[in-house]
Design a protein around this ligand. Structure first.
Ligand SMILES: *Cc1c(COP(=O)(O)O)cnc(C)c1O
Length: 375
């Protein structure tokens, strides 16, 4: 049964773009060129321009984008197996998978409870002689950047890898470089265009952005069997290329990223203005609205079961991002002897509310009214 207030319905999200998508995808189908080609090249150009980086490489998905960045740093000798990368403990498991996949060691850092992003004041706790990088995750669409971070990575000669799966279109005022979009802040960034992201494809898709020419060429080669030119294999690579059909979809949607994010900002604004209940902790809205693109609208409640019962009773869609942090997953039982009370608490109390164009402002007001009745 479709809830009265659906959490997300992708057909509704894509409806405004369908005519143009049909035409562009049709062109790919009739072109006879099904790997690489003009749609992929055009998307890479557009994304590099958007992120203000020198290079963008379309790849198969967000996890592969992260894996390729880290594998490239290992291939370049910038990182060695056993080196450590600091990553927030409360991220989606894919961020951590990419680090361990490259033979590197994920060092799980506590988030700041107000933002759910890395706690910048605590970064030094995780530094060891083997630390080579920090993976910042712009969780829930909130840009994660600060002068403390810039100082920390400069002093310790670390690479910053952005997991920008959730925050395409967010931007933040940097200490010395003016306003930058996420994806252009660090040394390299991974984008996911999984269908549910703010800009989603109609299948799996992702991208890497960077202004480091050696990293760009290494990622591009690794994603194409490790081949730097035809039938010449510089690396033991993979096949992680962006599908041109997905590139065609993304070429239609990317120019609308700001208007799509504006829809989410309006819903967030409505929730923040109308949900008023001491039993529900609302997400912290940054002073600068550009820093947040509201991939999720996450509230925190002490008694999640009773809260969800109210949502279900009123046919309000919901989700949990994420109930089980990476260190509580069976595949990372080797990491589980750490101590992450802030991440634990966030995981045990978070609930995501509907925040896509499937939710009208009137719906948001009605949802707020129902939430205000929660005891
Ligand atoms: C979605 C997501 C990924 C993985 O992207 P895929 O395209 O699904 O592989 C990685 N990190 C975060 C934070 C994500 O939300």
């Amino acid at each position: 049964m479709i809830p009265r207030y659906p959490f997300l319905d992708l057909a509704t999200v894509n409806a405004p773009f369908m005519d143009e998508i049909r035409e562009r995808v049709g062109n790919v189908i009739t072109s006879g060129r099904y790997v690489g080609g003009q749609q992929v090249a055009a998307f890479e150009d557009a994304l590099a321009r958007f992120a203000e980086t020198d290079f963008a490489i379309g790849v198969s998905n967000g996890l592969d984008a992260l894996r390729l960045i880290l594998r490239a740093y290992v291939a370049m000798g910038v990182m060695k197996p056993g080196d450590e990368v600091i990553v927030p403990a409360n991220t989606y498991v894919a961020s951590v998978l990419a680090i361990s996949d490259a033979g590197l060691v994920p060092v799980l850092a506590e988030p700041f409870s107000l933002t759910s992003n890395l706690d910048m004041a605590r970064l030094r706790e995780y530094l060891t002689p083997r630390t080579r990088g920090v993976m910042v995750v712009h969780l829930y669409g909130r840009a994660c950047w600060s002068s403390e971070l810039e100082e920390f990575v400069r002093e310790n000669n670390l690479k910053v890898i952005e997991d920008n799966a959730q925050a395409i279109g967010a931007s933040i005022m940097t200490p010395t470089r003016g306003r930058l979009h996420t994806g252009g802040l660090g040394d390299a960034a991974a984008f996911s265009f999984y269908p549910t992201k703010n800009i989603g494809a109609m299948g799996d898709a992702g991208a890497v952005t960077t202004s480091d020419p050696e990293l760009a060429s290494t990622v591009r080669a690794l994603a194409n069997y490790g081949s730097d030119r035809r039938y010449h294999n510089l690396f033991r690579g993979f096949n992680c290329r962006l599908d041109p059909v997905q590139a065609a979809v993304l070429n239609v949607k990317l120019p609308h990223v700001d208007t799509e994010n504006a829809v989410r900002r309006e819903i967030a604004k409505a929730y923040l203005a109308t949900i008023s209940n001491p039993a529900i902790r609302l997400p912290f809205a940054p002073d600068d609205p550009e820093e947040m693109v509201w991939h999720q609208f996450v509230v925190h409640v002490d008694d999640r079961d009773s809260f969800i019962a109210l949502l279900d009773k009123n046919s309000i869609g919901w989700d949990i991002h994420y109930a089980t942090p990476p260190y509580r997953q069976p595949c990372y039982s080797d990491l589980s002897d750490g101590f992450w009370p802030v991440a634990d608490r966030l995981a045990d109390t978070c609930v995501s509310l509907p925040i896509t164009r499937c939710t009208s402002l009137a719906d948001a007001g009605e949802i707020a009214g129902i939430l205000n009745s929660y005891r």
